[in-house]
Design a protein around this ligand. Structure first.
Ligand SMILES: [Fe+2]
Ligand SMILES: [Fe+2]
Length: 281
């Protein structure tokens, strides 16, 4: 049984937050804003899928974990929605086009078989381990001197992704197992979300006239760097019998959880600190 805690955190995203919340890395801000943009469409879809899978599952412990998974994901997308509304209000109404597209896409995917939906869900969830490693292990590069309100929300989300990383695959294997369908779902889920995030980033940068050759190269460099962290997780995940619990979480994640248990409140990180420790200001 995994310890999956629901944290209702009163994050606030006031108007003084800049869309490029780490001014020296606008391409990174745009990319993470793009990831954030997908969440209010992706995560409700994950919830709908796993809720349907739960109806096929008898195991009480797994059903409890699914309930906690749903509660965490519901918190995630509602925080991201608040943040996304702020970003759009700052001159990026164009992003609403991509949102409409995602709404239609996931509605259509809702009509697929439970196995296809759960393969997408559990495939994506398995690959969040790669994102956790990227964001946490490279936090000094990605978040140093970033607006702590944005960095703290993003890192809270990824800590909880680490906490519930095994729930969707357990639900998939219990409700609608199948290796090949799962492999397809992993690529489908992981790369679809990444592709949408990149499109969001490009739209944002283009809106600002910041999509010149140098920006394209920097954005490509970030994506390549991310894929290099992702690749070993992807390879391990494809091995039959793999389970997300076999991959250890970064120590920082455990430190964050202990710090939150001790302090609660808004887990604001000190991004001016060279190490961005898992302690809250
Ligand atoms: Fe999430
Ligand atoms: Fe998740």
């Amino acid at each position: 049984m995994h310890n999956i805690r629901t944290r209702k955190i009163p994050f606030e995203f006031p108007q003084d937050i800049e869309p490029y919340w780490k001014p020296d890395m606008p391409e990174w801000c745009a990319l993470l804003n793009g990831i954030s943009l997908t969440m209010p469409y992706l995560e409700p879809f994950l919830i709908r899928s796993i809720r349907d899978a739960a109806q096929q599952i008898e195991e009480v412990e797994l059903k409890d974990e699914i309930r906690s998974f749903i509660e965490q994901e519901a918190q995630h997308f509602s925080q991201h929605r608040k943040f996304n509304e702020l970003i759009k209000s700052k001159g990026y109404a164009v992003l609403a086009e991509l949102e409409e597209e995602m709404e239609v896409y996931y509605q259509k995917l809702d009509g697929s078989s439970l196995q296809k939906r759960m393969a997408y869900t559990s495939g994506f969830e398995t690959m969040t381990i790669g994102l956790t490693r990227f964001l946490v292990n490279r936090r000094r590069w990605l978040f140093k001197d970033a607006d702590p309100r944005v960095a703290s929300m993003m890192l809270w989300h990824i800590v909880e992704e680490a906490e519930h990383k095994s729930v969707a695959i357990d639900a998939y294997r219990a409700a609608c197992p199948g290796y090949l369908a799962w492999v397809y779902g992993l690529f489908h889920g992981a790369f679809h979300v990444l592709f949408m995030a990149i499109r969001g980033a490009v739209m944002m940068l283009a809106e600002d006239g910041r999509f010149k050759l140098v920006n394209k190269l920097r954005l490509a460099g970030l994506v390549v760097s991310f894929l290099m962290t992702w690749a070993p997780v992807l390879i391990r995940s494809l091995l039959p019998g793999h389970h997300p619990d076999h991959i250890e979480d970064p120590l920082w994640v455990q430190q964050w959880i202990r710090e939150y248990d001790a302090k609660e409140g808004v887990p604001l990180l000190d991004t001016s600190h060279d190490d961005i420790p898992a302690s809250f200001t």
